[in-house]
Design a protein around this ligand. Structure first.
Ligand SMILES: Cc1cc2nc3c(=O)[nH]c(=O)nc-3n(C[C@H](O)[C@H](O)[C@H](O)COP(=O)(O)OP(=O)(O)OC[C@H]3O[C@@H](n4cnc5c(N)ncnc54)[C@H](O)[C@@H]3O)c2cc1C
Length: 389
């Protein structure tokens, strides 16, 4: 019988596995994908996520840092690249030794996977359902195989199968927005190479950041009904027409992106759950608290979950109690971010009168206040952390 089973080997699941290894907590992780390919676009990793990687092993942090690109500033501009707000990240560099960075998502996943001891990770296993008994849980996979476990952690993402069974009333909330992401073969001007930049205007949003030499990650957001399909023959044309009034760099990036490297997702978050756990089952990451991508915090919060959950499990004899402590501890920060992220998604794409008001407020928000807000997101409580065991 497994002691602790993790379902899902995305960012949250794999970092939980690595944290468990550091703390000698036995686990088995099951991931749906048969092979972990270097797919996906980019991801921004903020200092809270990087602190967890550093706690695991400074060499792991270094491997991630050397595969990505750090930001000197995080900038919001109008459609024409004129700054609305510009947050110099020197304060984060001074406090933590690093700032937010961008990295190819597939590369991050590979670095994390390579770091883990593969003997406890089983690929090509998709959870179908579970049955709870007094002291254990039986998991059934889609290939009809079963396994018994004492505790179960659901890290199976926004559409979590585990959550749907544990909390059948849980629902996703559509933002009314769809997002295209891509990686352009291009070198940004030096004035933009260390900037996490988002352009807001014309009821659209466009973000960009250098990933590595010759590669730029970008995302483009517009209002849309759900589940619209792209015509691949006209997609680039559609996007460049949509952003024709933006600064020319936007269409240069779209033009320099191979068509097969452009992906589209409708943007949802998860309506807040009353709890993330029940008895010896617990959800983490997007399965528990998916948020819109507007603060770039979904992945970072999944990584924070891994850090706190593993340390609570290590310190508290009964896993059920550790799940309860974990939820109580994490709820305030995570729910605040879910709400802030939702509000930012509304604010990023709005009508002209509200745009003017929004830009005015952002422009005159003092740097100190912005930094204070960022620190509440970037800070993690390392006092609960256990050392190597
Ligand atoms: C457009 C966009 C941009 C984003 N940008 C950022 C950003 O810049 N920074 C940031 O921090 N966050 C960002 N996010 C959020 C981030 O992607 C998620 O919050 C993060 O991936 C959540 O990690 P997770 O491990 O909980 O879930 P996932 O990464 O979704 O992983 C879930 C895993 O579970 C597996 N799985 C699913 N079902 C099963 C099953 N039944 N059985 C077994 N395995 C299963 C999947 O194959 C997958 O590997 C963005 C999100 C979007 C949509």
């Amino acid at each position: 019988m497994n002691s602790i089973t993790i379902i899902g080997g995305g960012i949250g699941g794999i970092v939980t596995a690595i944290c468990f290894e550091k703390l000698n907590i036995p686990y088995v992780l099951y991931e749906r994908a048969a092979v972990l390919k270097e797919v996906g676009a980019g991801i921004w990793l903020s200092p809270n996520a990087l602190q967890v990687l550093e706690w695991i092993d400074p060499k792991l942090l270094q491997a991630v840092q050397s595969s990505g690109n750090a930001f000197d500033s995080i900038r919001v501009t109008n459609h024409n690249l004129r700054p609305i707000s510009d947050s110099n990240q020197q304060f984060a560099l001074q406090k933590y030794g690093y700032t937010t960075m961008a990295i190819h998502r597939g590369k991050l996943q590979k670095i994390l996977y390579d770091y883990a001891t593969k003997e406890n990770i089983v690929l090509n296993k998709t959870l179908k359902k579970y049955e709870s008994y007094r002291d254990y849980i039986t998991i059934t996979f889609t290939d009809k195989s079963t396994v018994k476990t004492r505790s179960l952690i659901g890290a199976d993402g926004i559409n979590s199968t585990l959550r749907k069974q544990l909390f059948p009333g849980s629902t996703l909330r559509y933002t009314g927005q769809t997002c295209w992401r891509g990686i352009a073969n291009y070198d940004l001007d030096t004035s933009l190479t260390n900037v996490g930049c988002t352009l807001w205007g014309k009821k659209l949003q466009f973000g960009m950041s250098k990933l590595e030499n010759g590669k730029v990650y970008w995302f483009a957001v517009r209002r849309s009904k759900m589940q619209q399909k792209d015509n691949l023959h006209t997609l680039k044309n559609t996007l460049t027409t949509l952003f024709s009034e933006f600064h020319p760099i936007v269409n240069t990036l779209i033009d320099n992106t191979p068509l097969e490297k452009i992906m589209r997702n409708d943007l949802f978050d998860l309506n807040l759950l009353e709890r993330w756990h029940y008895q010896n089952i617990c959800l983490i990451g997007d399965a528990a608290h998916s948020m819109t991508p507007d603060l770039g915090q979904g992945g970072a919060q999944a990584i924070e979950d891994a850090f706190y959950l593993s340390n609570f499990i290590h310190g508290i004899p009964k896993t059920e109690d550790a799940f309860d402590t974990f939820y109580t501890f994490r709820k305030p920060k995570v729910e605040r971010l879910v709400k802030q992220s939702w509000n930012t998604s509304r604010m990023a794409i709005t009508n002209r009168p509200l745009e003017i008001l929004r830009n005015f407020i952002l422009k005159y928000t003092p740097q100190k206040m912005m930094q204070q807000q960022m620190l509440t997101v970037y800070n993690i409580d390392t006092t609960i952390a256990h050392k190597n065991v």
